[in-house]
Write a protein that binds this ligand. Structure first.
Ligand SMILES: [Zn+2]
Length: 172
């Protein structure tokens, strides 16, 4: 992903946090979805190829389906990833023309791999804003080592996701 796209996605996530008054860490992602104007549905029979998917649900709403077998943190990340598709690729409240052209009946399970990376970057930026991640890392640095398990717990994400973002932002 180039630097311009990275910055755009991170700015967009910051804007969403501000606009919808989302508090970090996100412990209630369903409440966040509701505030943004959509709903989450649990699906026991989602294809094993994907954990979640999103579709338009009328002119002003959307529906995210999520598999029932996910751990709480993975479920949160999955839903945040679908929010990435919603804002970045479906145009919800970002590109009116594209949003109006979206078909209600069509789910967005996964796009091309570039879109998958972008949706995951949005999820990481939404769940781990730069300052909050930096603060958590500072708090859990002891001598030369950082306890990333604790950092991940602070932000309600998996250790792998926290390490990934910590490196990307230059904290690790
Ligand atoms: Zn996706």
């Amino acid at each position: 992903m180039n630097a311009v796209t990275f910055q755009y996605i991170n700015d967009l996530a910051d804007q969403v946090i501000l606009e919808y008054d989302i508090s970090i860490p996100i412990l209630d992602i369903d409440g966040v979805v509701q505030r943004i104007g959509g709903k989450v549905e649990e699906k026991a029979d989602l294809d094993i190829l994907y954990d979640g998917r999103v579709r338009k649900d009328g002119a002003a709403s959307f529906c995210i389906e999520v598999a029932t077998y996910l751990s709480p943190r993975r479920r949160t990340f999955t839903i945040a990833h679908e929010l990435g598709h919603l804002f970045l690729h479906m145009g919800y409240r970002t590109n009116w023309k594209r949003w109006m052209e979206m078909d209600d009946a069509v789910y967005m399970p996964f796009g091309v791999s570039m879109q998958e990376d972008q949706a995951s970057e949005f999820a990481a930026a939404l769940l781990m804003p730069r300052d909050q991640l930096g603060g958590a890392i500072e708090k859990h640095t002891h001598g030369d080592s950082v306890d990333m398990t604790e950092v991940a717990k602070c932000l309600h994400v998996s250790p792998a996701a926290a390490i990934n973002r910590g490196r990307l932002l230059g904290y690790l």
